[in-house]
Design a protein around this ligand. Sequence first.
Ligand code: PHE
Length: 459
Amino acid sequence: MDKTSIHGMWSSRMMFVLAAAGSAVGLGNIWRFPYLASDNGGGAFVLVYLGCIAVVGLPILIAEVLIGRHGRMSPINTLRKITRDQGSSRGWVGIGWLGIAAGILILSFYSVVGGWTLHYAWLYLKQLLGGAPLGDPALVFQSLLSNPLELTFWHAVFMLLTTAVVALGVEKGLERAVRYLMPALLVLLLLLVVYGFTTGRMADAATFLFRPDFSRINGGVLLSAMGQAFFTLSLGMATMMTYGAYLPRDGISIPRVVTVVALTDTSIALLAGLAIFPIVIAFGLDPAGGGPGLIFNSLPLAFKAMPFGTVYGLLFFGLLAIAAWTSSISLLEPGTAYLAEKRGLQRRKGSALLLAGISWVIGLLSVLSLNVWSDVKVPAGINVLGGKNIMDIVEFLANDLMLPLGGLLIALFAGWVLSRTVLREQLSEMPEWLFNTLRWTLRIVAPLLVLVVLVQVVS
Ligand code: PHE
């Protein structure tokens, strides 16, 4: 096994945890998790989501990181190297291609939503500097969505920020962004949860989020929950494989560091739920069916009502933009690392720019589907696609199909193709029984569960 990666290395175990948590914690936790819970019946969705994280997500996360640390290259070349060394089918390299494609696709709409957060941070900044207070939140959000130029502008700003960090490379770029800002976001979220208590509606929020109504569980809910589990852990698209490639070997136990990452990610999603739903309920909004606008329609109501709300709004959306940023760089990194290996390391900057450009153009489809093409929808009731606009379809394809499929293949690869010796060497700190449990989870349990969910939706 190579000791280091040509792209650079995380300077410590802590840096890996911060970077991986930076990737995992993002819009998925604070924007997507609450609105999916809202749209999919609350507790039932949350329960399936937590189950997927524990049984499918965590084992695959371990597998991804260790494959990366063993190969030390971009996902495609890591898989090439392993299949060559072991004489196994080259077909497995497809996991790398699938992952890079999913990353570009996800980044396309992720950057659009990242742009929304920048826009809101900007609105609060203007207000703080003496501008007029924000009007009715629902109207503010609607007027943003109906303005393609404004959306495109912020989408471009967000994409440029992402490109800049990735172009600078691992040590100079990625590490700096995550060191202080993630803890700051956590503090702010906790303060919002405290505010949630003062509204007196925390109990209702907790009931909505944690009391499962099993009659609400159907194929669509299962698929959304599983897709979200992959999305929120940055799983199934070789991001974590790439971050694993930069992880030092000595004395670092992958299961341990990765568990910290998964726990952090899950706690932040749940905290976001506990911050947002009391506000939603207290201000008379419907907790069910909030859709992608949920946080933008609800949180500004609280910021209006609370003392120093403007400062709060600025800090909240500013830090959310930064959390999104530390995730978006991890969407761009796998493809950039591959192109840089192919075209020469000195061409990292150009590679990042090229891929970001492609993703930005695809993102324009999402921008337009919010306004000019808002009527272009799959007819309702057709199947899981019914009622979806273009942005929804891109999201569905990438999050709910490509990520679980990628994860399924990674589990099979780690369980059946990677030699037991390599697996054991990467997990040398694990007790034998736990190692065997993990291996059989990767071989049978996780792939089967993912398959069952995928198949029952298609059929
Ligand atoms: N995990 C990120 C979030 O929750 C999104 C992401 C998905 C990042 C896949 C990288 C890879 O916001």
